[in-house]
Design a protein around this ligand. Structure first.
Ligand code: AMP
Length: 258
């Protein structure tokens, strides 16, 4: 690994040197506790850019639930080892005080889609997401930035923000990586109790097999999930459930539903 940066300014000096050398930079923003889903983004970036930068930052402003923030897994040493194995060039580990030197007085708000689905159940979530992505893109100055379809609404809102603010970056969406049993990989999966982990694949199974969103919600309830929503939008079926206090989200194209 060439460099681990905490200070945004130090990275930006490196970034200028890369630009002068004519090298492209791919960027993968994460909150850490890296799994194969994250690593699929990292590998895609490596294959499409001369250098790849990965950031790890558990962004407090996107958590509407403080217990969820406190419980969020933090395994920095394991993550850095995984990124070394992937031969990643650069890691950015920003400090909250640096990123939010304004005290979150300035923020990016989308006023329509961000209030639906996840936004309807997690007030302020997408203000936090869009604001931190804006800050990270300004710092990283990548040619391309990689986001997972697992967080489909997030991907869509980030694309919209990049378009609305003429940000000079290409957003690359990457397919959802799943465990063999169908459960979408998520850092939160490691916080599931064993019995809940066993039942969790039923979420994807029902989402992809129920004839209607209403029927999916009923079947999920019957299987012991608390359902936040199952909705269809723009050719996708999206859902969020809670099991044993852990929140899971997933989505799939409607051709994928039987
Ligand atoms: P997070 O660390 O949860 O903020 O995720 C960082 C990036 O990895 C986001 O763009 C996510 O959409 C993406 N990601 C998370 N889980 C998966 C997965 N199972 N498959 C593909 N991408 C994922």
């Amino acid at each position: 690994m060439t460099g681990v940066f905490e200070d945004p300014e130090t990275w930006r000096r490196e970034r200028r040197a890369l630009a002068l050398a004519g090298l492209t930079v791919g960027f993968v923003p994460t909150m850490g506790a890296l799994h194969e889903g994250h690593l699929s983004l990292v590998r895609r970036s490596r294959s499409e850019n001369d250098r790849t930068l990965v950031s790890i930052f558990v962004n407090p402003t996107q958590f509407d639930d403080q217990a969820d923030l406190a419980r969020y897994p933090r395994v920095l040493d394991v993550d850095l080892a995984a990124l070394r194995t992937e031969r990643i060039d650069y890691v950015l580990l920003p400090r909250a005080d640096d990123l939010y030197r304004d005290g979150f007085r300035y923020r990016v708000t989308e006023r329509d889609f961000s209030t639906a689905l996840e936004g309807a159940h997690r007030p302020g979530h997408f203000d936090g997401v869009l604001t931190v992505v804006m800050k990270l893109l300004q710092i990283a100055q990548p040619d391309r930035a990689y986001f997972g379809e697992k967080d489909w609404q997030q991907l869509s809102l980030v694309r919209g923000m990049v378009d609305a603010f003429f940000l000079p970056v290409t957003i690359v969406g990457c397919p959802t990586v799943r465990d063999q049993d169908g459960l979408a990989l998520s850092s939160r999966n490691s916080t599931l109790r064993p019995a809940d982990r066993q039942r969790a694949p039923r979420f994807h199974e029902v989402l992809s097999s129920a004839p209607t969103p209403g029927e999916a919600a009923r079947e999920l309830n019957a299987s012991g999930f608390e359902v936040d929503y199952v909705e269809e939008r723009d050719g996708r079926r999206l859902g969020a459930v809670r099991i044993g206090g852990v929140r899971l989200i997933d989505n799939l194209p409607m051709e994928g539903t039987r």
